[in-house]
Design a protein around this ligand. Sequence first.
Ligand code: SAM
Length: 498
Amino acid sequence: MNYLPIFLDLRDRHCLVVGGSETAARKAELLLRAGARVDVAAPALHEGFARLPHADHLSRVADAFSPALLDGKDAVIVVEDDAPAGGTPAGAPLLRSDPSAASAAKAIADAARARHIPVNVADKPALCSFILPSIIDRSPIMVAVSSGGESPVLARMLRARLETLVPAAYGRLSALASRYKDRVREAIKPEQRRAFWEKVFLSPVAEMVFSGRDVEAEAQLDAMIKDGAEHDISRGEVYLVGAGPGNPDLLTFRALRLMQQADVIVYDRLVSQPILDMCRRDAERIYVGKERDDHAVPQEEINLMLVRLAKEGKRTLRLKGGDPFIFGRGGEEIETLVEHGVPFQVVPGITAAAGVASYAGIPLTHRDYAQSVAFVTGHLKENTFNMNWEGIARHDQTIVIYMGLKGLPLLCEALIKHGLNADTPAAIIQHGTLPTQRVITGDLTTLPALAEQAGLKAPTLIIVGNVVKLREKLGWFQPELHSEQAHRTPLEAADHLP
Ligand SMILES: C[S@@+](CC[C@H](N)C(=O)[O-])C[C@H]1O[C@@H](n2cnc3c(N)ncnc32)[C@H](O)[C@@H]1O
């Protein structure tokens, strides 16, 4: 080890920051967040200092460093001027007697070391007696990552990866454990305590805290303490998770975490293979997708299957395309769970309208073109639509039509009949957000024929309204149609029934 990682208790301790740049402000912020009182020596302060938390613990005590400022300090951070602090010339002297920033920093570091005060000089590991790691702050849980100053970018990248793995509510779980510490000490024998806490953290108690169900979590923990290590709470639970429009980069952190811990995955046809590949490898997978006019598994059966799996004690992930509550029948599924007293949580996903429109370069609202947006289903029932056309066919509104490929000619006809101009711009997007994305634009009279000529494959999304014109200027996503991945067609799906 080149360095020993330690965590300093700086609450109400005095620290010195030498330098007034934006970087110096960020270092001062770290010290303030750790509860320190911070003196700053700098000719002027960057405006970032004005936005720091706990400003009453910060004071600018001098415009340059002098050894007397080290009196009573527990840590020193030196930042050579990387940018002029508000209004002062770059490279303003840190040390009254020495205008050269480089040797000034060394002199300050030497002075601090001579007094055994830990010192850090930003970007100069050779001058440091301590270095600042990249931090994942889930206080009171802290994770610090360091490359020993050799590759800060790599350390930051690793930190970013860890950020996605550690739920934001980790700190709350730790706080819960802290509240129960004494009770557990009284109730559980010392030799069983460690196993007890491991069991708690691996039980649904943790998931309850992460999803904001703290009262339920406390009730479970109470029961576990009462019955000691013998208490076995069922892990059975349903996670109703939106997987977004298909591109795995558009999953939420929470979705990914639950995908990696579920025992069984119940998924639809719209869930792309790359997303399924990200689920826990040994999880059981149950396909319940539907094809047009051929319900692979009837909805009622899916609802009851979720109840059964959870009651068998399985953490059951119901993975759905887009968002579970938008044309996803998520509401019906959780209604059945409620009726059967099965615990569940819902994780929103990026709905096709939002994801596909973004990747097609079509903003759904725009000050000049559309003040509202309607999400409608274009699913035909006995060759007609069940639609409030007056509320939908409006010139100042964008209409997003899910499941509309088959009914496209009838939809366009109906929109014109109910008042939209025949030349209203319209687009149909196949496999939005994916390498196989294709966007066909036209207007209400031309789009059906253009879509047919293009031989589009479902899933497709239709967008109608003047915002479609913006695509010419704002289209940004260049799907790599020739890439190997594109030929695998991640969503080889038929248009979906609601
Ligand atoms: C049963 S609905 C489910 C919608 C989903 N719950 C959502 O929030 O996006 C299926 C329809 O969503 C649309 N859709 C979903 N993913 C899509 C994609 N990647 N590209 C285009 N349309 C998509 C299509 O209209 C498809 O027929």
